[in-house]
Each structure stands twice: as C-alpha cells, then as structure tokens.
Design a protein around this ligand. Sequence first.
Ligand code: PMP
Length: 350
Amino acid sequence: MSTFWSPVVRELEPYVPGEQPQIDGLIKLNTNESPYPPSPKVIDVINHDTIDRLRLYPDPNSKKLKNTIAHYYGVTAEQVFVGNGSDEVLALLFMAFFQQGKPLLFPDISYSFYPVYCKLFGIDYQTIPLCEDYTINFADYAQANGGIIFPNPNAPTAIGKPLAEIEALLQQNTESVVVVDEAYVDFGAQTAIALVDKYPNLLVVQTLSKSRSLAGMRVGLAIGHRDLIDALDRVKNSFNSYPLDRIAEAAAIVAFEDETYFSRCRDQIIATRDWTTAELEKLGFKVLPSQANFVFAEPLGKNAADLAQHLRDHKILVRYFNKPRISQFLRITIGTDEQMQALIEALKKA
Ligand code: PMP
C-alpha cells in the first residue's frame, strides 16, 4: 500500500461495481441495465443535433434538461438538479447534507455505495437491519437526526415501500434530510416527487440508467425544495461545474419526451419479470416480490454461488453477493423474453 495515500484512502473499502465483461456473446443480467436500446429519437438527436457543437462547453446548468424534467414531473426547474449519473448526484448530496457526529441512517442491506461515501467524506452512519421478510421498517428510523437514505424499491431486494409509509416517515423526521433513491421506481413503485412541496427536507433521486436505457450516458437527477437544490449547486460548482456533456443533455431531454417508447419498454420489462418470477418459482426458487427491473431470488436447497458459476459457464451473468444474510440469493436483471428463456433453460440443467 502506498505511503503517499491519505489515511482516508488507506482505510477505504471501495465500492465494487458489477462486472462489465470485455467479451461479447454473454447474456448480461448482472447490473440492472435495460435490455432495450434508447429511444430511436435519442439516437437521432445524438447523430444529428449535437456533434457539430462539441467544441463548445455545455451549459453548466443544463437548463433545457431541467425545464424538461420540471415539466414532466410538475415541479419548477429550480427544484431540479442533474448530474453525471445518480452515483454522482448521491456523492454530492452526501457532501451537502450529512456530517460527522450525527449518524446518517440506512438499511443494512441496501445500495453498497452509501457506506463508501460516508467513509470517504467522514460522515457517521448507522445501518438498520431489515425485517425478517427483507422489508424496511420505518419505525426503526424514528430517532434520526443526521439524515435518512434508502432506495425505493430497495436494492438488491427489489421490494418497494408504499407512498403513505414514506409520508408517515417524513412526518416523523423533519430535522434532517430524507433521501429516497428511486433508481428503480418506474418498474412498479410510487415516486415520492409528489411530496417535495410539502416536505422541504425531502430529496428524491432518480437515474436515466434503468428505465430510460441510458446507463452508458450517465445522467441522474434530484428533485426537492429549492433550498436543497441550492446546496447541491454549491457543492457541484466546487467540484465539477460541467457534469453533463452536450450529448448527454440532449439525449436525456429526448428520453423524457418520448413517453410512448418509455412506457412500452417499461411495460414489457414488467411482463417479462412476472413471467420470470413464475418460472423461477416452478424451479423451486423463493422470489422476493419485485417492483424493480430485477428479481432477488433464493434457490432453495441449492448453493447460490455455485449456481451463479453454473450460469456463467452457460454464458449468463447474474449478480451474487457474498455478504451476510443475502449470500443465498441471486440478483437477476430482467432482460428480453429470449434472454430469460435462456436463463430458465440453463437453470433446468443445474
Ligand atoms: N442507486 C441505486 C439503488 C442503484 O442500484 C444504482 C445503480 N447501481 C444507482 C443508484 C446508480 O445509478 P447510476 O449512477 O447509473 O445513475
């Protein structure tokens, strides 16, 4: 280990991203991307509208995209923040709102970037165990004074929380920022954006990486009270004042405008998820109820790590977490119907 590393970096256990294989021909069900390409209108705008202006800096405030998102969700552009993927939006909001001495609360089984950001930025945190059935119990979060963050639906469990329960949590917690990470919300959960005018400490984070097929583009957003967005802008301008390039901004605008294509892909993924769940259950899996574009499934009586390797041998990648309480599960992204049929066939051979 380098003597030049700072103590923080020496102590850091970095986030380990899901594998992005460098060989072709694999069925990739390991990082919750969409199996469908972006809207043809996105491809069109990239090819025709933006390329000739790449010598110029982009708009540092991504104003056109913010207007589009504001119109889409019925908020004002001043309530919208955008960044280079929701991972960057999350990093900036951790810096802006959470601190040492007042622990941030989040579920112990959740998005594994949260503890990494806490350690990197010197934020105290406390993880709260999930219930027996892998759901989040908001009653356990009543004492928060340093903030709360959770994904809805949760990752990697795929289980969503009803909006009424999120509102009850907000009624109990007015002292610190509550972040709802809605990376997977479009696949069946309810967005909390409708609550941002009522609760000035609520920040909702979303991404275009999943339901809008733009993981390779890196666009994420946050919606909340103007005051929270102002803080995020301060941090952003001190960090990277041009988070979105011209191509990303133009593509994201069209991805929000093409509602027909968006809802067609989403509906197809939900239908494929329901089919996959039923097939997995027939094969003896216990599948947690999913409101996401993936399922968290336990192969009863089989070793999950071995099964992940068996699938890999059949050129199918799924995600296995060697972590307490979830090491008996596989997280399987919902692909096309053909990909999921191949998965089921490969599992039958196990
Ligand atoms: N939040 C959650 C819960 C996620 O699973 C992911 C994807 N790994 C992200 C945020 C980040 O997504 P992106 O940076 O692609 O927007």
